[in-house]
Write a protein that binds this ligand. Structure first.
Ligand SMILES: Nc1ncnc2c1ncn2[C@@H]1O[C@H](COP(=O)(O)OP(=O)(O)OP(=O)(O)O)[C@@H](O)[C@H]1O
Ligand SMILES: [Mg+2]
Length: 607
């Protein structure tokens, strides 16, 4: 039987005053913004003071992790107590040294994680599986740890490192309360995945009220809005004219994230509005590496038809992939000489014992000799790149058709994968009539944009909702309107229909950033109820009728406590949703006393 306290029925839908609570203080101007881009393959941080933003917004400080890079690898090393040992390239180095010294000691003492961000990108990701178990990151030895903990340790590593280098080492006094932290997330992540990132950041010591999540392609769009003059004109005066529309494609390691924006105002304030809801898929540059490893496994077999790589040490396979990655970055469309990957000695010995080539559609592109593995660049340029890019191209073709994108003439490519000349050539061939360009330093566009966004969170004027959001309610039952299985009778004899989806925001709706949606008022079924427990749902349908429809998914709950009103007035709760920001916020207010009890959505099963 359904408990009375979990039920709510709509009294009316007329607008009432919105709850008086500050959800995210858009007007607050931090003294310093620290942006973090946590990528599937590479991550980094960047900082900028408020005054620098005002005088020279393109001047953003980024730490140099090596001679050539302002980002480090997304990997983290924990000790056996689950404490942070190191992160980034340093973690990879320490782990492989310890592993080479003594594998068993490394197994006992160390937990090394890489590639963990992609766990958060799944169709219908929820913070826990159906059995309520939270998602796990897998370490090098295939042991599992809650993803949130691993992500949190990685963020902690970045955060402490940033604070040390930027503040302590340079003896700069910064008031920690005056800092805004901005962490980027793929736009195609759902609300659950974003909530995992937020929790992980808070666990790492970033105060929730100073933390903003920024969507990666939007951050990239913002960074294109703040280009040095000469770069901007080289890109056709990007973002200079009101009404200018451009599409941004963030080609990362894990995901391809797409958005399109229109310039709403240039002066005195810069403002953009989203014109296509964020979209994309798991078609990043890492796919090429995975496909390469898979083809090698399929081409080189032993006499039993098993892959010769099957008994290789994981550490050696990791080295092989790193060597391939380095070669991949150098390949241009002009290369035609065999490329060598100098495999570790152990690996070569185990492979060469019994290697034979299987007939395979790509076997002409590979050979193994005493010195290493060789491949022809063609397999990368013409086959693996194309196979990966085709997924983006196909998706874009469908998107362009669906949105009648004639007036989007400019398409800006950002993300490390767009560094490859093969990418832009492929795109240009497929989409003639569009002007493609690669942002200057595309590898850092998202990171720079995160910082700029932190100084000006209202630069995005409106967004397009990716889902319909609503609340589970009851309403009076009508035979011609409701399904018979939804009918139930309350203790006072009233006949209700249950599981009604009471919609607050509709998919595709243009939602002004920071604006509250018109509140809806709910009343408890029973007069003695002390609280109303509202279940928040999302749906891919425009107008779902029941929360049990296949398009619907439970996001979490909002509990509004109800005070006993004086003078016979009714107990009521006003509920409003704010979905203009990067995260969904739901606010509930007890109408009798105007007290807001709970504001934050607790995501379902998030343990
Ligand atoms: N010149 C190049 N040619 C091909 N691929 C490249 C080149 N330079 C970088 N990449 C690829 O770009 C990817 C890294 O890009 P980036 O740092 O933007 O991704 P990320 O932020 O880690 O991932 P995501 O944004 O998907 O979470 C890697 O897969 C890398 O191999
Ligand atoms: Mg990225």
């Amino acid at each position: 039987m359904t408990s009375a306290s979990s039920l709510a029925s709509i009294l009316n839908k007329k607008p009432s005053s919105a709850a008086q609570i500050l959800i995210f203080d858009m007007a607050w101007e931090p003294d310093l913004v620290i942006g973090m881009d946590i990528g599937t393959t590479y991550s980094g941080y960047a900082c900028q003071f408020k005054d620098t933003f005002r005088s020279n917004p393109t001047n953003i400080w980024m730490h140099k992790w090596s001679q050539v890079s302002n980002k480090t690898k997304t990997c983290v090393l924990l000790n056996k107590n689950g404490e942070l040992d190191s992160f980034g390239e340093k973690a990879e180095k320490i782990f492989s040294q310890e592993f080479d010294k003594d594998r068993n000691t490394a197994y006992e003492n160390l937990f090394f994680y890489s590639n963990f961000k992609m766990v958060l990108y799944r169709e219908n990701f929820s913070a826990a599986d159906n059995a309520g178990n939270s998602y796990k990151a897998e370490d090098y030895f295939s042991r599992h740890t809650p993803l949130k903990d691993v992500m949190s340790k990685f963020i902690q590593g970045l955060k402490d490192d940033c604070w040390n280098r930027f503040s302590k080492q340079r003896r700069i006094q910064i008031n920690e309360d005056k800092v805004r932290w901005v962490i980027t997330v793929p736009a195609i992540w759902n609300e659950d995945a974003k909530s995992v990132m937020r929790k992980a950041a808070e666990m790492a010591g970033i105060p929730g009220n100073q933390l903003m999540l920024a969507l990666e392609p939007e951050a990239a769009a913002i960074s294109c809005f703040y280009l040095p003059e000469e770069e901007r004109s080289a890109m056709g005066g990007l973002g200079q004219v009101v009404g200018d529309k451009f599409m941004i494609i963030d080609l990362g390691g894990g995901t391809v994230d797409i958005t399109a924006v229109e310039v709403v105002s240039v002066s005195p304030k810069k403002q953009l509005k989203e014109i296509i809801g964020a979209n994309g898929g798991a078609w990043g540059g890492q796919r090429i590496n995975d496909a390469f490893t898979q083809v090698c496994r399929d081409v080189f077999k032993d006499k039993n038809g098993q892959s010769v790589f099957k008994d290789c040490k994981k550490a050696d396979l990791l080295k092989m992939e790193n060597l391939f990655e380095a070669e991949k970055l150098k390949i241009t469309d002009q290369d035609d000489e065999w490329i060598e990957i100098h495999l570790p000695l152990d690996m070569r010995e185990s492979i060469l014992k019994d290697v034979r080539k299987e007939p395979h559609k790509y076997d002409e592109y590979f050979k193994i000799t005493r010195s290493g593995l060789f491949f022809k660049p063609e397999i990368i340029q013409k086959v693996l790149f194309q196979e990966t890019l085709n997924m983006t191209v196909k998706h874009l073709e469908e998107k362009m058709k669906a949105i009648q994108a004639e007036d989007i003439k400019k398409i800006i490519l950002v993300g490390g994968f767009s560094e490859s000349p093969i990418v832009i050539e492929t795109m240009e061939k497929k989409f003639q009539g569009k002007k493609f360009c690669v942002a200057t330093n595309p590898f850092y566009s998202v990171l720079r944009g995160a910082v700029l966004f932190g100084h000006q969170p209202n630069i995005l004027k409106s967004r397009i909702s990716r889902y319909t959001f609503g609340v589970d309610t009851n309403e009076p039952f009508h035979l011609n309107q409701h399904r018979a299985d939804k009918r139930w009778i309350a203790d006072d004899g009233t006949v209700y229909a249950k599981d009604i989806f009471s919609s607050h925001v509709t998919i595709g709706q243009v939602v002004a950033v920071g604006d509250r949606q018109p509140p809806q008022v709910y009343v408890p079924i029973y007069p003695h109820q002390k609280l109303i427990k509202l279940k928040i749902y999302q749906s891919t349908d425009k107008a779902p009728q029941y929360v049990t429809d296949p398009s619907c998914r439970l996001l979490g709950e909002l509990i509004v406590e109800l005070a006993t009103p004086f003078g016979g007035s009714k107990k009521e709760a006003a509920v409003t949703m704010v979905y203009g920001g990067t995260e969904l916020t739901v606010v509930g207010k007890d109408q009798a006393f105007g007290i807001t009890f709970t504001t934050k959505i607790e995501f379902a099963h998030d343990n």
